[in-house]
Every structure is written in C-alpha cells, then in structure tokens.
Design a protein around this ligand. Structure first.
Ligand code: A2R
Length: 321
C-alpha cells in the first residue's frame, strides 16, 4: 500500500505532538510546520522520524511553498494562537493568526492545485454562552462566542465550510471540547494545577494552590483520544461538516473536582486560595457536549478515564518540574 503523507500545522504544540506520535504509529509519512523560534521539546523524542518545514501560517507565500513542496494527502490544521486569555490581551493578533492563518492554508491548497482532506481545529469555545436547556450542546446550537478566541474559531469554522461549498474543498471541522494530558501547556487549568502539586511535592512552592473560578464545568477528553478522533475525521468525516469531539456527561467535571482528583493523587497536605487574576472577564459556566453525530459517523469512542489522564499529567510534571 502507498504511504500517505500527513501534514500537521503546529506540530510542536501540545496536540500536534500527540497527533504526530499517532500518525507515525500508523505508518504515515509525517510532515509538520514549525517556526524558527518554536520550542521543539514536545517532539524531541520523535524528531528524527518527522519532516519539519519552516513556515508561518500568517504568510501566504510560506503556505503556498509548503503545499507545493509537500503535496499532502491529509492536512491537520492545528496551528493557532490557542490560549483564550491571551485573546483579550492581544485580540488583533489572535484574529489575524487564527482567521487569516486559516484562510492562507485554504488558499494555499487551492493555489497549489492539490486535493487533500483537511481537519480544521475548531473549538467548543465557539458555542460560548450556552443556556441551561441547551446542554448537552449539539452542533446545531447557536454560536455565541464569549472571547475574541471564540470568534476567531467561529470564523475558521465558517470559512472552512464555505470553501467546501464554494470550491468543493475537503474540509472537516472538529469542535473539540477541553482536552488534556501530558505536555499540556502550564497556562491551561488542568496542567497548571498538576504543575503546582508537583512543585509543592518537591518543596519548590509553598503548599498552597492558587485558583480562579472553581464552579465552571468542562467536558474533558484525554488528548490521546482527541487525536484519534482527528484521524477518523479525515478518514470518515463528511466534507464540509462540523463535529463536536467530547466525552459528554461522563467526562464533565467542575474545576473543583479537577483539583480534588489531583489532591487525591498526592500525599502532601495542600491548601486552596483564590487568585482574582485568574478570573476571566466573561466565562462560560458549563460546556458539556454531545458527540453523537461524530460517534455515529466514525465509530469513535473516548477510552481513557479522566483519573488516568490526570495521573499521567501529574507524573509528567513530577518528572519535569
Ligand atoms: O508558537 P510556536 O512557534 O511554538 O508554534 C505554535 C503554532 N503556531 C504557528 N505556527 C505557524 N505559524 C503561526 N503563525 C503560528 N501560530 C501558532 O501552533 C504551536 O506549535 C502550535 C499551537 O500549539 P499549542 O499552543 O500547544 O496549541 P494546542 O493545544 O496544540 O492546540 C491545537 C489546536 C489549536 O488550533 C487550538 O486553538 C485548538 O487546537 O484548540
């Protein structure tokens, strides 16, 4: 069988590194973009098996050169400004990077005259304000984003659907709810707490965990299940469609529960303290998704239990902190 070429934009990011591992296991020829300053720690263990290309998604020439050189069968478009709070600090940068970056990827594919299947990384943040009677959230729910990041992901989502309708481009949009696991950036809540626990265990931090909103509920999936969904999306997803990727009711935990699980995995006595700096200007109270559409189409099921995810994340920080 001919080896398929897969291109991951943002391969050195949290999700990109896990997806690269999966695609190598599945015997794809794996290409990925990195910028000259990108930290490559997440992929250092597999770097020799990857084909890294220097490229910036905000630059059309860079994207056209990339597509003409690699000619991928599959594209996983992950590169983005991925941190919601940063989108309030620098909204223009987030909108430019995510929306224009996505446009450049689509245009570059068109200009290069190739016909890959493309997974576009949307987000549950597109739903934003969700009313109590709208849970679990289906793909048909109104999109009422509550952050510039959410708006940027709505634009990526709609643009990718439009390129399917206008040009027949094979886009599949994934709206992933929270996903976490080893290598999650420390600015994200699960990883931030896990790192704090690991630092406290080492005596490198006073035995206090600083937190923001503990009430918010999120639907968590292990990143290793999420990347399996992304592969199924390009193999079995319907082009031009958007799919929720989530665990639903069984995977929905409050931030308080996340902290409790982490504390139960440590023998050290730890106190909790509120830090107002960690509260967002507007926050989504509950994000619990329905993944029925994607499960029906592809047969995907999340397999890793949340406690195992948190254990692995904590062990990652115990090694690294
Ligand atoms: O910032 P860098 O150089 O380390 O690279 C990041 C890359 N990236 C870009 N690559 C090329 N041109 C750009 N203008 C550009 N902007 C960002 O995207 C990094 O390697 C990657 C993002 O990785 P993370 O921040 O770890 O995001 P994560 O969690 O892997 O999220 C993947 C996707 C994103 O579209 C999120 O918005 C979505 O899933 O949730």
């Amino acid at each position: 069988m001919e080896t398929k070429k897969a291109l991951i934009t943002g391969i050195a990011g949290f999700v990109g590194s896990h997806l690269a591992e999966l695609l190598l296991q599945k015997k794809f020829e794996v290409y990925g973009t990195a910028r000259y300053r990108s930290k490559l720690d997440n992929i250092s263990h597999i770097q020799k098996d990857l084909n890294l290309v220097s490229a910036d998604i905000t630059d059309l020439k860079s994207m056209v050169d990339l597509m003409k050189t690699v000619k991928p069968d599959y594209i996983f478009h992950l590169a983005a400004q991925s941190f919601v709070p940063q989108s309030w600090t620098a909204p223009q940068d987030t909108l430019n990077n995510n929306i224009i970056g996505n446009c450049n990827v689509l245009e570059a594919v068109r200009i290069a005259g190739i016909d890959p299947v493309m997974q576009i990384a949307g987000s549950s943040e597109e739903y934003g304000l969700v009313l109590p009677n709208e849970v679990p959230i289906k793909e048909t729910n109104p999109l009422r984003p509550l952050s510039p990041y959410g708006v940027s992901k709505v634009a990526q989502d709609l643009l990718s659907q439009q390129y399917f309708r206008s040009y027949g481009m094979k886009t599949v949009i994934t709206r992933a709810f929270n996903h976490t696991g080893p290598r999650r950036g420390e600015v994200f809540v699960t990883s931030n707490f896990a790192k704090q626990v690991a630092m406290i265990e080492k005596g490198a931090q006073e035995p206090i965990i600083y937190h923001g909103n503990l009430e918010a509920k999120r639907d968590f999936t292990d990143v290793r299940d999420t990347v399996k969904a992304y592969l199924l999306a390009v193999q079995k997803g319907v082009h031009g469609e958007a799919y929720n990727i989530c665990s639903g009711k069984n995977g929905t935990y409050s931030v308080q529960q996340v902290v409790d699980i982490l504390l139960s995995l440590s023998k050290t006595e730890i106190e909790l303290k509120n830090d107002p700096a960690r509260m967002r200007p507007s926050d989504v109270q509950i994000l619990e998704g329905s993944c029925e559409k994607f499960k029906k189409q592809t047969g995907w099921q999340p397999t890793i239990k949340f406690k195992k995810t948190m254990q692995d994340l904590l062990d990652y920080w115990r090694e690294k902190a």
